[in-house]
Design a protein around this ligand. Structure first.
Ligand SMILES: Cc1cc2nc3c(=O)[nH]c(=O)nc-3n(C[C@H](O)[C@H](O)[C@H](O)COP(=O)(O)O)c2cc1C
Length: 178
């Protein structure tokens, strides 16, 4: 796949077929992330790949955090994803490095999503309130003093690729100075 085609056609995927994600395909996508641009090569990203038991516990913990009427829907939201990977950021001591590290992780996640896409695999970066729950830190074994969860990545083969949301044109977001 041409890089420009992948960049334009890549979509956030939320509806997945139930097919499992092969380990080698996932590993290739995550490895693409390791080659992202990263000021001072801090390599701040950490990946936690959930197996079936951890996946079930994540769904239950998320469901527990909801009111009783939203519980079943919340659980299904997580169990309906073929594969979950948590992405966390090793927290640098100073604010500027933290900011740059978050940017580097965003670059890594773009690489990952594009590399997955080139192999037919879809992904959603989820930054909803689930990533801030104490129970999620506990079950993932992440110490929030030193590491912050920045997203759950949901991977799977797309059941549906949504239409591209409209983007502003270049001229709408660009100032050209003489
Ligand atoms: C930092 C970040 C956080 C995101 N969090 C969510 C999220 O919590 N839920 C969601 O549905 N999409 C999330 N997304 C994906 C965006 O909603 C998506 O990129 C946007 O709708 C444009 O669609 P596209 O990726 O198909 O071009 C996130 C994207 C970024 C960069």
């Amino acid at each position: 796949m041409e890089l420009s085609d992948a960049i334009l056609a890549r979509r956030t995927i939320k509806d997945f077929r139930p097919d499992p994600v092969p380990t080698d395909v996932l590993d290739r996508a995550l490895t693409a992330g390791l080659w992202a641009q990263n000021h001072k090569l801090t390599e701040p990203w950490r990946f936690t790949i959930l197996g079936p038991e951890a996946h079930r516990r994540l769904a239950a913990a998320f469901a527990d955090s909801q009111g009783p009427e939203a519980r079943a829907e919340a659980e299904k939201k997580i169990t309906g994803k073929p594969l979950v990977v948590a992405v966390s950021q090793r927290l640098a001591a100073d604010e500027n490095t933290r900011r740059e590290d978050y940017a580097a992780i965003a670059c890594a996640l773009q690489n990952i999503q594009l590399a997955a896409w080139a192999e037919g695999l879809g992904m959603q970066w989820s930054s909803g309130k689930v990533i801030r729950l104490e129970s999620i830190y506990r079950l993932l074994g992440i110490d929030r003093q030193g590491e912050e969860i920045v997203g759950l990545l949901f991977f799977g083969y797309p059941a549906r690729v949504p239409a591209a949301p409209r983007r502003k044109g270049l001229d709408e977001v660009t100032r050209r100075l003489s």
